[in-house]
Design a protein around this ligand. Structure first.
Ligand code: ADP
Length: 178
């Protein structure tokens, strides 16, 4: 586990499963239909139960880079923030900007709902194919910048699934805070 202080808040990296987090919200790497999928999306809907999907159905989808909020259903987290990262196709399709927007808009929703502790997975780095090291830098830069400019969110935790993802985020963070 790595923990750094940014302004008055904490940025944390852990290796683990996002569905088990006790933060106020967990973030889902959803697809634009918001109707469920594989990877972390499937895991969240399995663990959280049908209430989440019921609310998702009413939202009518979510464009890439934006975010929506639902109940956390049976999860320990009270809310799920669903965001849609970009599908990676070479890096010249504004993927970095869209990935940063996904993090930024998720954090803005947390602020709007007065949620102090938010856990993120590594958005876009599974089925959507975003290279892990580059995604880690974008994710961490965006979170750091948000925490520098907003004191209401007190904890941002990245929950990395497996050692490879954890190590990529760890390296990227060392690079950004040195
Ligand atoms: P995307 O479509 O945005 O790429 P994926 O769910 O395919 O989303 O993958 C995003 C990341 O989430 C990957 O790094 C994957 O290893 C990770 N992941 C999968 N299951 C979990 C889980 N239960 N908790 C945290 N991260 C997970």
């Amino acid at each position: 586990m790595v923990k750094v202080t940014i302004n008055k808040s904490i940025l944390e990296l852990i290796e683990g499963d996002i569905t088990e987090q006790e933060t106020d919200a967990i973030v889902n790497a959803a697809n634009s239909s918001l109707l469920g999928g594989g990877g972390v999306d499937g895991a969240i809907h399995r663990a959280g139960g049908t209430k989440i999907l019921e609310e998702c159905r009413k939202l009518g989808g979510c464009p890439t880079g934006e975010a929506r909020i639902t109940t956390g259903g049976n999860l320990k987290a009270k809310y799920v923030i669903h965001t849609v990262g970009p599908v990676y196709s070479g890096g010249k399709k504004r993927e970095a900007e869209l990935l940063a927007n996904a993090y930024k808009n998720s954090l803005s929703l947390a602020s709007q709902f007065k949620l102090k502790r938010v856990a993120f997975p590594s958005i876009s780095t599974g089925a959507y194919g975003y290279p892990l090291d580059d995604a880690a830098t974008v994710a961490l830069k965006t979170a750091i910048n948000y925490l520098k400019t907003h004191t209401d969110v007190e904890l941002v935790r990245f929950v990395l699934f497996g050692q490879k993802a954890y190590q990529a985020y760890d390296r990227a963070l060392q690079e950004l805070v040195k």
